[in-house]
Design a protein around this ligand. Structure first.
Ligand code: N01
Length: 501
């Protein structure tokens, strides 16, 4: 039978976008603005939303204010809270797809299995779970937090109860009235733990490293303010701008001025003192690394949950999982019915990197072994016409959505140059990547992330910080406003190589 996929495989897409979260949706909207319609957005999930369709664990909430954690082109005046919960963010993203006509371009339930650059044809061939496509340009918007990490605990498969990963929550499994264990106290664990203590008969938290936690400023947004935003959109834009400037200036100062971090630590410690009367428990919950080294978070409910009479906080290392629970190094077996893994994501070894191959068959993972050398969090040498969103070292101290918009503008500028100059490919030069990486590595070497005395997913096995761009967002923005062609090898058909210096 002649399926859509067979027909499509004869054509070459202008752009294939991988991922239907914030990054993919933003790319689709901007492509449509440009009049580009020959593109598809693939996602292995069966609905849009990326992070916000995958992370549905009880209590999932954004910890960046909605005014900033939403698209500049789709400001929503009626956010119910300053910091929206997951269902509201997911329905926002669905609405954006509907409003901007993105839905016909979506190919959900299509997992990218393999991707190869065809040098002769100057296109990518994408093998998906539902058929094969070709595309001139690929935008990888699969997100740094899309591959859940499950530590290889001995005996995990033999556990007789229910195992739930924070990023793959199974809502058909009931956890109420059960003896719940939670492994992990990062941003996900901090949100799950108050929910677990509310519904469980008991809660055992396995904490390897405590997290610095601030009071949460979340509030419902009063309807009067929602009405004002709806009637005078400039007020919402002003709020967005203010939040951005305050957030960024504050964080930037902290990251590079460790003395200021003591002030933040004092605020977090006061919050802990107010909420946890027991000094022994307080001691367990106090980090021994600098504030900011790992990702801090906000919560008003976490410390009370940890201090609840139903909760045991275990700092003894986990030895193995046994059929009835978790055995710690001291030989104690903590009996459980439900084991929650709030153990985060595979960031530096994301499996997608193994599925992308250059013209010679070398994978991006091999090319980036032992460390990802990425230009502006977007491009990799040897991989033409492939642009990543939120690739290595793209994070700045603002909302990820703001960074995504900057990177999408950059990609759009690259597409315009290709069109205007008849280019079939753009490939970042190895020396441009090296210059960029040297510059950021030097700056990052004195940041709290590198010298703050903690282990985190920001730092890879070689000791490089692979998460952050060491500058203000406005500096990142200035560099991504428009593609700088001299940093690229221009593909066949180019008549501009001499004009761009
Ligand atoms: O994952 P994490 P996450 N034995 O990697 C522990 C975003 N996010 O899902 O710190 C025992 O931060 C690990 O311990 P340690 C946000 O960007 C945002 O919580 O490595 N414990 C840690 O406690 C965030 O940074 C929001 O010692 C083990 C935890 O598991 C990113 O997603 C909400 C272990 C993992 O923490 C990831 O956050 C949620 C082991 N073998 C997430 N392995 C909001 O916007 C791991 N751990 C609110």
């Amino acid at each position: 039978m002649d399926t859509e996929n067979d027909r499509m495989s004869d054509e070459i897409l202008d752009v294939a976008v991988i991922g239907a979260g914030f990054g993919g949706i933003c790319t689709a909207k901007r492509l449509l603005d440009e009049g580009t319609t020959n593109f598809l957005v693939f996602d292995r999930a069966t609905e849009v939303g990326g992070t916000w369709q995958a992370n549905t664990y009880p209590g999932a909430q954004c910890d960046i204010p909605a005014a900033l954690y939403s698209f500049s082109f789709a400001q929503k005046p009626d956010w119910s809270r300053l910091y929206p919960l997951q269902p509201e963010l997911l329905s926002y993203l669905r609405e954006v797809c509907e409003t901007f006509g993105i839905e016909p371009h979506l190919r959900l339930g299509h997992e990218i299995l393999d991707m190869r650059w065809d040098e002769t044809g100057q296109h990518w061939t994408l093998a998906t779970s539902e058929g094969t496509w070709r595309a001139r340009v690929v935008v990888g918007a699969f997100g740094p937090f899309s591959e859940p990490s499950t530590p290889r605990f001995e005996g995990l498969d033999d556990f007789e109860g229910t195992v739930l990963h924070s990023a793959r929550w199974d809502h058909t499994k009931d956890w109420s009235g059960k003896r719940i264990g939670v492994i992990g106290t990062g941003a996900s664990g901090v949100q799950i733990i108050p929910q677990a203590v509310r519904v469980g008969s008991s809660l055992t938290v396995f904490q390897r490293t405590p997290t610095w936690i601030f009071p949460h400023p979340d509030q419902p947004i009063p309807s009067a303010l929602q009405n004002l935003f709806a009637r005078v959109p400039a007020t919402q834009r002003a709020l967005r701008r203010t939040v951005d400037v305050v957030l960024e200036s504050m964080v930037y100062g902290l990251v590079f001025r460790p003395a200021m971090l003591k002030g933040m630590e004092a605020i977090a410690k006061a919050h802990l003192r107010r909420q946890v009367p027991d000094p022994e428990l307080r001691e367990k919950l106090t980090p021994d690394y600098m504030f900011g080294c790992k990702r801090p978070t906000f919560s008003n409910a976490y410390f009370p949950a940890m201090a609840d009479a139903k909760t045991d906080v275990i700092t003894e290392p986990i030895r193995r999982i046994v059929p009835t629970g978790v055995e710690t190094a001291d030989g104690t077996v903590h009996e459980l019915d439900v084991l929650v893994l709030a153990t985060g994501f595979t960031v530096s070894g994301h499996p997608f990197f193994s599925r992308v191959h250059d013209a010679g068959g070398r994978s991006l993972a091999e090319s980036w072994d032992p460390t990802p050398l990425c230009y502006l969090g977007t491009a990799a040498a040897g991989f033409p016409n492939l642009f990543q969103i939120l690739g290595p070292n793209a994070a700045t101290y603002t909302s990820m959505v703001v960074v995504i918009e900057a990177q999408v503008d950059y990609i759009i500028s690259a597409l315009r140059e290709m069109k205007a100059n008849g280019l079939t490919s753009l490939e970042v030069r190895g020396d441009a990547v090296e210059r960029f990486v040297d510059e950021i590595d030097t700056k990052l070497s004195r940041s709290v992330w590198n010298v703050g005395g903690c282990a985190s997913y920001y730092i890879d096995a070689t000791g490089r910080n692979i998460a952050w761009f060491p500058g203000f967002f406005r500096q990142f923005r200035a560099r991504t406003r428009r593609i700088f062609l001299p940093d690229f090898v221009l593909g066949a058909g180019s008549d501009v190589a001499e004009d761009t210096s």
